[in-house]
Design a protein around this ligand. Structure first.
Ligand code: IMP
Ligand code: MG
Length: 179
């Protein structure tokens, strides 16, 4: 690769499309959780921008908590073995938990997190992912709300990074640099 070339390639999901889809997800969640106070659990750092926009489209009282995880091994390939770097502050017992993820790639991180959160006895547990790959290694039923389905290209922006860069982009682009 030409080292001087711009590693940020074409826009895959434009700002307007993100806004429109996030509004739809918020409306669905609002309808599904009437009379309840969902607890949004964001997975840091990738989900921070999505979660902040999503929360503003949910017309219900919501609460927030965050978890940070790191996967063992290669930074861009998940082994499915996850280490919790920052755990939740709140108890999940009896709560309506919505796990908010940036991207479900193989799905192994999600599988681990779902089992981990389920063991804390929430009343309900659902998953809201901004992006999901078309080919997952997990059962589709593990995903309740999905923003967009994307192919196998590595993407950055709107919270997603390549070596901590490009999270601030207000849209999602294909990344063409070194991973
Ligand atoms: P999984 O366990 O294979 O589903 O990996 C999920 C995690 O890998 C995501 O939460 C991201 O942190 C990271 N990831 C996977 N694909 C991408 C991508 O295209 N761009 C940025 N991060 C990604
Ligand atoms: Mg992540």
């Amino acid at each position: 690769m030409d080292e001087t070339a711009d590693p940020v390639g074409r826009v895959l999901v434009a700002e307007d499309d993100l806004r429109r889809r996030v509004l739809e997800l918020g409306a669905e969640i609002t309808a599904d959780y009437q009379g309840r106070t969902p607890l949004l659990v964001g997975v840091l750092k990738g989900a921070f921008m999505f979660m902040s926009d999503l929360a503003r489209t949910i017309d219900l009282p919501v609460e927030f908590d965050f978890m940070a995880v790191s996967s063992y091994g290669n930074a861009t390939k998940t082994s499915g073995v996850v280490r919790i770097v920052k755990d939740l502050d709140l108890e999940l017992d009896g709560r309506d938990v919505i796990l908010v993820e940036d991207i479900v790639d193989s799905g192994l991180t999600l599988k681990y997190l779902r089992n981990n959160l389920a063991s804390r006895n929430p009343a309900t547990l659902r998953v809201c992912a901004l992006l999901a790959r078309e080919k997952l290694k997990i059962d589709e039923s593990e995903l309740d709300y999905v923003g967009f389905r994307i192919s196998s290209e590595f993407v950055v922006g709107y919270g997603l990074d390549a070596a901590e860069q490009f999270r601030q982009l207000p849209y999602i682009c294909v990344y063409e640099g070194q991973q």
